[in-house]
Design a protein around this ligand. Structure first.
Ligand SMILES: [Cu+2]
Length: 475
């Protein structure tokens, strides 16, 4: 799709034809394939319920949730013309890609929003292999909740699948959380619900896997499969369990880890985990992908149905994914030190914070829709939280003084987790989004090697909308 294959030229031409009828586009580059954002429909609730009106991305005729999978090789370009056929302005963020700043889609920081009927050309290199996703980054509390998100898979140039000790196939599992009414419609009048925002965020009531409620997934007994698990929920932390499948973690947020046991996994919003599983060989036909909705009552959100020939037993050790080789190692000898202090929310709150150029008390902040702050400032977009010289190592202490967990995401960079809850992280995990529990402190470090202005925000989108948003500059 990236090199202008015959197929992509044909697709581009087809898109040109239909787009001229629908939109007032300036065709700067008519050869770009179209990624359309438009209203669509999806069967999210179990059979027997009506289909749900959603907003969806599509590369072909009809929009789907999740949006069509985009898949490239590491180092290749992702090129799409976003066509906005929504009733609202929008923009696309390519989550976790160490991208050129102008392509980051973080409206209004890195580009203007794309008005209804208009287009924007995205063209960038995806340098690092791994499991990523793309989603709306304007009014995202609403637009992601309506379905504007899809998987973005960057394949490694070095072989892994099919090698000794590796998996023989892979399966992308998109987890999402929908707030539906009794007719399976998305509940639409609570985008600015400050009660939800000051707690854990806008929680849904229907968890789906690849936008299906309780799907059955086929697996052969003993078969080794790579799961690429993506949490696309706006606010829900997915606490998962994969019993009886010898689950081993092989990557976090796209970055390889030394394989380790992963019978339970905690994925904050926007986080990803790649997990190798082995189909069970004990004759039991089924096992579940289990979710703890927060009350310790595990529910099965998908089931692995075992059928077909039994695969020869694998060595229990899983072959590690090839190392990236593209990420600069932080120099911790004399780093630039930064802090991010999170406060606000229910049960603890904050006395005051700066917002829109003045210091406000709790009530005035709430009247402006702000219930959270970073370093004493809510939604601080007029100046950067910090500036770093290009190539400098930044060591950052993130402290959560609230009663709720937060999923802090840095755009344009991946960072090493140095410590969590006071304990050194011996695994050296590298991530783009880190979950920080109530009263926890996490230390991270990264090389500020990507020039531009980059958002730093909570990926619980209700929290982002109500104050947990800022940016930093690398120059
Ligand atoms: Cu948060």
């Amino acid at each position: 799709m990236v090199w202008l294959s015959r197929r992509s030229i044909l697709k581009g031409a087809a898109a040109f034809g239909s787009a001229t009828l629908l939109s007032r586009h300036s065709f700067a580059d008519a050869s770009l394939p179209v990624l359309r954002a438009a209203p669509a429909s999806a069967q999210l609730a179990p059979a027997g319920y009506p289909a749900t009106p959603v907003w969806a991305y599509s590369r072909e005729a009809a929009g789907t949730v999740p949006g069509s999978e985009i898949r490239v090789l590491a180092g290749e370009s992702v090129r799409y013309q976003l066509v906005n056929d929504l009733p609202q302005p929008t923009a696309v963020h390519w989550h976790g890609i160490r991208i050129e700043n102008a392509m980051d889609g973080a409206a209004p920081l890195t580009q203007a929003t794309v008005p209804p009927g208009d287009t924007f050309d995205y063209d960038f290199v995806a340098p690092d292999p791994g499991t990523y996703w793309y989603h709306s980054h304007n009014r995202s509390t609403e637009q992601v909740a309506r379905g504007l998100a899809g998987p973005l898979i960057v394949e490694d140039r070095e072989p892994w699948l099919g090698e000794k000790g590796a998996a023989t196939r892979e399966l992308v599992l998109v987890l999402d959380d929908w707030l539906l009414d009794s007719d399976a419609g998305i509940i639409e009048d609570r985008w600015d619900d400050l009660h939800a925002a000051s707690h854990g965020g806008r929680m849904g009531n229907t968890v789906t896997v690849n936008s299906v409620a309780y799907p059955e997934l086929d697996i052969q007994p003993g078969e080794r499969v790579r799961l690429r698990i993506i949490n696309m929920a706006t606010d829900r932390i997915m606490t998962l369990s994969l019993p009886h499948l010898s689950a081993r973690l092989i990557a976090l947020d796209g970055h390889p880890v030394r394989p380790r046991g992963a019978e339970t996994l905690v994925l904050g919003p926007a986080q990803r985990a790649d997990v190798a599983i082995d189909g069970r060989r004990d004759g039991e036909p089924s096992t579940g992908l289990m979710l703890d909705p927060g009350n310790d009552e595990w529910v099965e959100i998908a089931s692995f149905i075992h059928s077909g020939d039994t695969v020869l037993a694998h060595n229990p050790d899983v072959r590690p994914l090839p190392a990236w080789g593209t990420l600069a190692a932080p120099d911790l000898s004399d780093p630039q030190r930064e802090t991010l202090m999170m406060e606000g929310g229910a049960m603890r709150g904050m006395r005051e914070a700066r917002f829109a150029g003045k210091t406000m008390g709790f009530r005035e902040l709430a009247a402006n829709g702000m219930v959270w702050a970073f370093n004493g400032a809510a939604n601080q977009m007029d100046e950067p939280m910090f500036r770093a010289a290009l190539g400098r190592t930044v060591r950052m202490e993130l402290t959560n003084r609230s009663m709720f967990p937060h999923a802090i995401h840095l755009h344009g960079h991946h960072f090493t987790i140095l410590s969590q809850r006071g304990a050194a992280n011996m695994e050296g995990d590298v991530r783009d989004t880190v979950l920080i529990g109530a009263d926890e402190t996490v230390e991270i470090a990264f090389v500020a090697d990507n020039p531009g202005v980059w958002m730093i925000h909570c990926h619980m989108l209700s929290h982002q909308q109500s104050g947990m948003m800022a940016w930093f500059e690398v120059a």
